[in-house]
Ligand binder design. Structure first.
Ligand code: COA
Length: 162
């Protein structure tokens, strides 16, 4: 069984993340989307809300292969817990690379049996980040195409200023 984890903050999940999830789900037997719970970032949504939004955004037919789970602590401990041998990270631009490379090498030194797999993002989503979505939503901009339609109103409802 080829088991992978795709970790992140997902605050909120974007169409860029969904694109990676759908592509990777075709390559592995089981994909765990790991939602980081001990995040130092200022988050708009708690872990349960982020898990629920991802779950609502996934196509029904893929839900038997994909599990969305919140985790705390080290990523490698989560990977060990779910017996994953692959860590998936999306790369948007060269600017992502240095940080991602450092993280991959750290994880490799902590858990040598796991490999990090970098997936280049779809060019449509090159510019996208969760912070950008929140910024646009906060000021009443149009977030169609940035987040799954299933969570658009939840995101706008939380972020939009009166
Ligand atoms: N499409 C759109 N946006 C994307 C994207 C894609 N394909 N890939 C990444 N992003 C964006 C995210 O939306 C996020 O945007 P934001 O900064 O505006 O919120 C940004 O890129 C960073 O991605 P994120 O998913 O939040 O991951 P991260 O870089 O914060 O890393 C973990 C999160 C979970 C991988 C990492 O912090 C971790 O493993 N933590 C656990 C502790 C640990 O083990 N540490 C040691 C590892 S070195």
């Amino acid at each position: 069984m080829k088991i992978a984890v795709y970790p992140g903050s997902f605050d909120p999940i974007t169409n860029g993340h969904i694109d990676i999830i759908l592509r990777v789900s075709k390559l592995v037997d089981k994909l765990y989307v790991g939602v980081l719970n001990n995040n130092a970032k200022q988050l708009a949504f708690d872990a349960d809300e982020r898990v629920a939004m991802i779950h609502a955004s996934l196509p029904e037919e893929l839900k038997k292969n994909i599990e969305v789970v919140a985790f705390s602590g080290l990523l490698i401990d989560f990977a060990k817990q779910v017996q994953a041998s692959l860590i998936i990270r999306g790369l948007r631009a060269v600017t992502d690379f240095e940080y991602e490379f450092q993280m991959a090498l750290t994880n490799k030194s902590l858990l040598p049996e796991a490999e990090t797999l970098f997936i280049p993002t779809n060019t449509t989503f090159l510019f996208l980040s969760s912070s950008m979505v929140k910024e646009v939503a906060r000021y009443g901009g149009n977030i169609d195409g940035m987040v799954p339609k299933e969570i658009k109103d939840i995101v706008l409802g939380r972020l939009k200023k009166d």
